[in-house]
Design a protein around this ligand. Structure first.
Ligand code: HEC
Length: 168
């Protein structure tokens, strides 16, 4: 008698659960897949955006740091460029070549890619740039190593910029 009673009690419950189960699963599944796919698409999109930021010109961006305006004349000042070359070959060459990527990016075309202010801020205050400037942050993510603060004076940084202009 008890068994029958139990059966009578649980059978509807069993059918109820049996019906509910798959119904729930079916309902959840597409939503879950939807979120996963969305996450993948977002990651790919972000990576592409960052890479294109390091490889496309961002000449309107002056960066953050002590330099807000640099005067550039069409002619290259050869004395400044020569002094900049010496500084470059002493302090920068360990991590930068002109044509190829080493520890840091190649700098041969950097004056076509970045504004003079941005370049000087990157030399004079890389820490602030790597904290706040979106292009510098994207570069750090790509190269892993941070750009070094070598304690150049503004004048020395300006001379290095003049030397980099001779590479265009
Ligand atoms: C210890 C290695 C190291 C030294 C030394 C170094 N840099 Fe860098 N530099 C990097 C790295 C790594 C990056 C890219 C990643 C980042 O910004 O953190 C970079 C980025 C740069 C950029 C931005 C390049 C771009 O594609 O926009 C410029 C400009 C630059 N460096 C100039 C210089 C100059 C000029 C010197 C010498 C005064 C110098 N660096 C010395 C490692 C170095």
């Amino acid at each position: 008698m008890r068994i029958i009673k139990n059966l009578l009690l649980f059978t509807p419950l069993f059918f109820f659960l049996a019906c509910q189960g798959p119904y729930h699963k079916d309902e959840k599944k597409p939503i879950k897949i939807g979120i996963q796919e969305l996450a993948v698409v977002e990651e790919e999109g972000e990576a592409e955006e960052k890479e294109s930021m390091t490889e496309t010109p961002t000449l309107d961006n002056k960066g953050v740091g002590p330099i807000t305006e640099v005067e550039i004349s069409d002619d290259i000042n050869q004395d400044m460029a020569a002094a900049g070359e010496t500084t470059f070959n002493t302090l920068c060459i360990a991590c930068h070549q002109m044509e190829s990527r080493t520890v840091g990016p190649p700098l041969g075309k950097v004056t076509k890619m970045r504004s003079p202010e941005w370049i000087m801020n990157m030399i004079l205050d890389p820490d602030a740039m790597l904290d706040e400037d979106p292009v510098a942050i994207a570069l750090l993510e790509e190269y892993i190593a941070p750009m070094a603060n070598l304690g150049l004076s503004e004048e020395e940084a300006r001379e290095v910029l003049e030397y980099l202009r001779t590479q265009e």
